[in-house]
Design a protein around this ligand. Structure first.
Ligand SMILES: [Zn+2]
Length: 165
């Protein structure tokens, strides 16, 4: 009767990973040989506890394959946390600015505009800076606000167009 390495009995239909300790009554890991709270010996040895855990795990691999015998509960199903923020914002009526490179152009335009503010002795130089900066700046603003934004929100940009949901 050499059955020392076999678990004496394990109820594999019970899905619980935790058990109430017979001595202290607190919840502890079901397949760890000692109670985590009071040290009471639940299994004759760690090997037996591990064998019992494997028997329990292999009884329902679909739900128990990822389980650890040191945990008190089965791992949760991973949640699908992918959120489409653009669609969500549209639903809530929040205006998102389009993802765009135009803000960089706007920033580039501000450099000549800032230079135009310096009181150089030559007035034509300042006007040239102002015109160049103004054109780049306006190009960026028009591209971002009037072109890309209208493309993203057709209903808001042009009232004649209707959006059908
Ligand atoms: Zn205990």
């Amino acid at each position: 009767m050499a059955v020392a390495r076999k678990p004496r009995y394990v109820d594999v239909t019970n899905p619980s990973l935790s058990v109430e300790c017979p001595r202290c009554g607190l919840l502890t890991a079901r397949f760890v040989d000692h109670c985590r709270n009071c040290g009471y010996k639940i299994w004759p040895s760690s090997e037996v506890a591990s064998a019992a855990f494997k028997a329990w795990r292999d009884a329902d691999p679909s739900r128990r394959a990822a389980a650890s015998r040191f945990d008190l509960t089965l791992p949760e199903e991973p949640l699908d946390v992918v959120v489409d923020y653009a669609a969500r914002a549209h639903e809530l009526g929040i205006h998102l600015f389009p993802n765009s490179n135009y803000p960089f152009i706007i920033c580039v335009g501000t450099l000549p505009l800032a230079l135009a503010a310096i009181p150089f002795p030559s007035a034509t130089l300042r006007i040239a800076f102002a015109v160049i900066g103004g054109l780049i700046f306006l190009y960026g603003v028009v591209g971002w606000v009037l072109v890309e934004d209208v493309r993203m929100y057709p209903a808001e940009g042009s009232p004649t167009q209707e959006v059908h949901h």
